[in-house]
Design a protein around this ligand. Structure first.
Ligand code: T1G
Length: 706
């Protein structure tokens, strides 16, 4: 018996425990241990039934994702099917006892059992599409037999888990166990020990007919094409389930296996597995050990009740943390609280929150217009207007009002954290916490490390980000930090392309077809073109004479065209913020380009994508070699969660690796020849390309050097 699976006896019931921390993944040794345990179950005449249960915090989180690389490299794909068949064909009933998560191969294992019991807090699901694959152990065949075709399609295409309670209603879970799971499972096993052992694979009533399920598949394909645009795995999952409704169980499993292997070998899957581990890797800071003491964050304050301040207050309230929301006067506070209430109301309308939940959260937000109560808070997030002078005034006030050791954070998106910290007597407690708009929706939190930010403050903010439902990524204190610093060249190229003759819609469409949620010009209109304009004006003095700068957006702003907020920007917007092309802008840009002597030409969508995405990559490489980002994967996670970069491309740095750095470097050298020094290749990129290495290699070297 492998040491990852053990078998014990509770009188006439065998208890088979999977013990492979941290999440009981089906790593090598686990399936073998389970198979041996089932053999022993059927050999031992004193045993009437068995329970399979997970040790630690969960049942089984699925196949071992770390093994996929080896599968791809060797082409050898071990199959769980024989084990699942052995369990299902066991002469003695097998009860699966689920707590925590039964995900992917974990749910497939559970469905091979004859009965499933669960703690009410458990979750079950087929999240494989989030890894660019589909269930590969008969999940697309057994699940529709247990929950029906429509629900199986929904679970396998969305990848979202369902609660044990819902699974019980669906018939996927036979009994919910309140109290101790093993105790409840043992009495359940005794109840069913002499009953027939139902096999999921033989239950075909819920499959319905091909005519009945055809509209389900058609609607699901439409839905995937709309909501998971560009992703291949969800469509493959539908194909596998559909195959299962038209073939025998065994043939359905073969169809599934073929589709699974195609997905596993795809670039999308490699990219999404990179993202899976990347989202966990970003939490690891080489010079901040796991045991770094955490500071308490039980009560917070937010300064500024504008769009960002209000959203940030909601984030803390949603996590159950009481928050003071400060603004200068009652009118501003009423406006801010009004927006918050409106936001929550639309979340209730959309069924995201219950009214009770919202009432509780609103009660946690206390509007104030002075610093009187700030001496009791553990952390403050400043979210006032983006001006250095004002921020310094606020931090001087906070330095006076807050207790020693309270964390003083700024939500600045571009300004120098060290300069802000310099006006306080406690720079070690000052840090950047850059939320993304809308703060209560966007998952990304850029945590900006100042020269003097203490390890405790950094570690506390990194951990807090998880509690707030965010992905915290630690970045250095350079202008625009990581995300916005890279976004500058990306949007610069988009403007240049329009000035050189590309149509505004064509530039945006090329990046949308590439997989971005929105094009660079439309994104500018959404964020407000004046935001960048104000920053460019503030930094005009740093621009190198003779170096080409985009002019179109500055000219639009001089005309008061700030985007959605003025219903005019690159596009026109109606009262519902729906956009339409504006021929006046196209004519204006042509006129300005003629005046500037910018040659006009036809530009392909391939070039549009290369210019914009490689501008991201080149600046990303600079950021890495300057040490403002710890790893290339950190940059990828920032772009996926803050800038709508398509997850199935893995992020800009991973995408560059997929294209091949020698090719990316070559194209950037072409652009440098054509467009000048703004395209000077980053030395790191040159070095890696010439060495035949990747950004992933760079990350490995970083980890090894740490
Ligand atoms: N394989 C390998 N490692 C895993 C893993 C897995 N399935 N799941 C988690 N880990 C590692 C993770 O990298 C981290 O490591 C540690 O465990 C804790 O995870 C045949 C083919 C279960 C909800 O997609 O969603 O089955 O960083 O930080 O926040 O059809 O982990 O500490 O070194 O995420 O409490 C399908 C993936 C696989 C589920 C727990 N299963 N996991 O979240 O902890 S494909 C999944 C999760 C499959 C079959 C197919 C979450 C979790 P480290 P964590 P958490």
């Amino acid at each position: 018996m492998s040491n990852l699976v053990r078998i014990s006896k509770e009188n006439d019931i065998a208890v088979i425990t999977i013990d492979n921390p941290p999440v009981n993944a089906l790593s090598p040794g686990v399936p073998e241990g389970l198979a041996a345990a089932i053999d022993e179950l059927n050999r031992d005449a004193t045993i009437k039934a068995a329970i399979v249960i997970g040790a630690g915090r969960t049942f089984v989180a699925g196949a071992d994702i770390k093994e996929f690389g080896k599968m791809v490299a060797t082409g050898r794909r071990g199959s769980l099917l024989p084990l699942l068949r052995k369990i299902e064909d066991s002469a003695k009933p097998v009860v699966m006892a689920i707590h925590g998560q039964a995900f992917g191969g974990g749910l497939e294992l559970a469905m091979a059992g004859h009965y499933r019991v669960a703690s009410p807090t458990a979750q079950v699901g087929q999240p494989e599409v989030n890894l660019g694959i589909i269930p590969g152990a008969a999940g697309t065949q057994r699940l529709p037999r247990l929950v029906g075709v429509a629900k199986a399609v929904e679970m396998c295409t969305s990848g979202k888990p369902v609660s044990a309670r819902e699974a019980a209603v669906l018939g996927l879970i036979d009994k919910l166990i309140d109290g101790d799971l093993l105790t409840g499972a043992l009495s359940f096993a005794r109840e069913i020990a002499d009953k027939p052992a139902p096999k999921a694979r033989e239950r075909s009533q819920k499959l319905g007919t091909a005519e009945e399920s055809a509209p389900i598949f058609a609607a699901a394909r439409d839905n995937v094409r709309k909501k998971q645009r560009g992703m291949k795995a969800p469509l493959a999952a539908i194909d596998a389930i559909e195959a299962g409704t038209r073939m025998s169980f065994e043939e359905g499993c073969e169809a599934e296996a073929k589709l699974f292997t195609e997905c596993l070998l795809s670039d999308q899957s490699k990219a999404l597995i990179h993202v899976f581990f990347g989202e966990r890797e970003v939490a690891k800071i080489p010079d901040i050990p796991k045991e770094t003491p955490m500071l308490p964050v039980n009560r917070v304050a937010v300064v500024g009740s504008g769009t960002m301040g209000g959203g940030i207050a909601m984030v803390f309230a949603n996590a159950g943390i009481p928050v003071l929301l400060k603004d200068v006067g009652q009118a501003a506070l009423d406006l801010g609280m009004g927006k918050i209430r409106k936001n929550y109301a639309s979340s209730v309308q959309r069924g995201r929150f219950t009214q009770a939940f919202v009432d509780e959260r609103l009660a946690l937000i206390s509007p104030v217009h002075n610093y009187d109560a700030f001496s009791d808070v553990d952390m403050v997030v400043e979210a006032v207007f983006e001006g250095m002078a004002l921020k310094k005034t606020v931090f001087e006030d906070l330095d006076r009002a807050c207790r020693p050791g309270a964390i003083l954070a700024s939500n600045t998106s571009t300004l120098n954290i060290d300069e802000i910290a310099s006006v306080t007597s406690r720079p070690e407690t000052v840090i950047g916490t850059h939320f993304f708009s809308p703060a209560n929706v966007m998952r990304l939190l850029e945590i900006v490390r100042g020269k003097k930010s203490s390890r405790e403050v950094i570690a506390t903010c990194m951990q807090l980000s998880k509690k707030l439902g965010k992905i915290g990524v630690l970045v250095g204190n350079c202008r625009g930090f990581v995300g916005n610093r890279m976004f500058g060249p990306y949007r610069r190229e988009a403007q240049f392309l329009v000035e050189e003759g590309a149509a505004i819609e064509a530039v945006d469409q090329a990046l949308v077809d590439f997989g971005n949620a929105m094009g660079p010009l439309a994104t500018g209109d959404l964020a407000g073109l004046d935001v960048g304009w104000r920053i460019r004006k503030e930094y005009r003095h740093t621009e190198k004479p003779g170096v080409r700068q985009p002019f179109a957006e500055d000219r639009l702003c001089e005309m008061g065209r700030y985007g959605q907020k003025t219903q005019k920007g690159w596009y026109l917007y109606d009262e519902n913020r729906r956009s339409s092309p504006d021929p006046e802008v196209t004519a204006l840009v042509r006129k300005w380009s003629a005046e500037a002597g910018t040659p006009q030409r036809q530009i392909s969508s391939d070039e549009i994508v290369e210019r914009c995405v490689y501008a991201l990559v080149n600046e990303g490489a600079r950021i890495l070699e300057e040490g403002y980002a710890l790893r290339a994967v950190d940059i990828d996670i920032i772009y996926l969660n803050g800038y709508g970069f398509p997850a199935y491309r893995g992020g800009p740095m991973w995408y560059a690796d997929t294209v091949g750095l020698p090719k990316v470097y070559q194209r950037i050298c072409d652009f440098e020849r054509q467009h000048g020094e703004l395209w000077a290749p980053a030395p790191l990129l040159k070095r890696l390309a010439e060495a035949g290495k990747t950004f992933a290699d760079f990350d490995k070297e970083q980890v090894a050097a740490a």
